[in-house]
Write a protein that binds this ligand. Structure first.
Ligand SMILES: [Fe+2]
Length: 215
């Protein structure tokens, strides 16, 4: 393929991938990818797993109601530093409901929580290294800017606990945990732009969060 055609192909791949996946091509030019920084697990990792812990946190099996909140599709790949997909990785997420309440005995709001929100989910990456969750747009709670907790286990490869943030949130600048990531590129790597994704689901948002393990 001629250099020009190759370049055009790269651009087209880049355009098509903008919403769902930051381009590996551009990163490959710059060298190793930015490793996703680790973040504390926090106190609200499930004390016990819910009966339903699939990748759709907006619906709980057996309940007619859908979770309160704006439906948000979060997807991405689990990669190593060279941009290669990490096969067999398991991705877990957990977050508070639309009122800022976690499904956890340590959360004082527990009796008021939205029982239609699953709060936790896990999924194994597919053959292309991709995971996808259907959840709600994360909300702020006392002392924290909106975030989703992530944990990745890649058997024999590595593991990572981190948090994903939302671009444009005014509280990001004051969030102690987000600010604790001193390296600007690493900090940016966990801040995700959520965009309208009516083509995916009416009224929903979507964002892409690739997770790069330090391997
Ligand atoms: Fe949290």
């Amino acid at each position: 393929m001629s250099p020009i055609r190759l370049e055009r192909r790269r651009v087209l791949i880049g355009v098509g991938a903008t919403l769902m996946a930051p381009s590996v091509v551009s990163n490959a030019v710059a060298g190793d990818l930015v490793v996703t920084p680790g973040q504390t697990e926090g106190p609200y990792y499930p004390a016990s797993y819910p009966a339903d812990m699939d990748a759709d946190l907006v619906r709980v099996k057996g309940r007619a109601a859908q979770a309160v909140g704006q439906v948000t599709h979060i997807s991405g790949r689990v990669l190593d530093k060279r941009g290669e997909i990490v096969r067999g990785a398991m991705v877990e997420i957990w977050q508070c409901d639309a009122q800022g309440i976690y499904n956890h005995p340590q959360d004082p709001g527990l009796p008021r929580r939205d029982a239609a929100f699953q709060g936790y989910g896990r999924v194994e990456v597919d053959a292309s290294g991709r995971y996808a969750f259907r959840t709600i747009r994360p909300v702020a709670y006392a002392g924290r800017t909106p975030h989703i907790h992530f944990k990745v286990h890649a058997p024999g490869v590595g593991r990572l606990t981190t948090q994903m943030y939302v671009a444009g949130e005014p509280q990001n600048a004051r969030d102690g945990l987000l600010r604790s990531i001193r390296d600007a590129r690493a900090r940016e790597s966990v801040i995700v732009r959520l965009e309208r994704a009516d083509a995916v689901e009416a009224g929903a948002l979507a964002g892409s969060f690739d997770i790069v393990l330090a391997v």
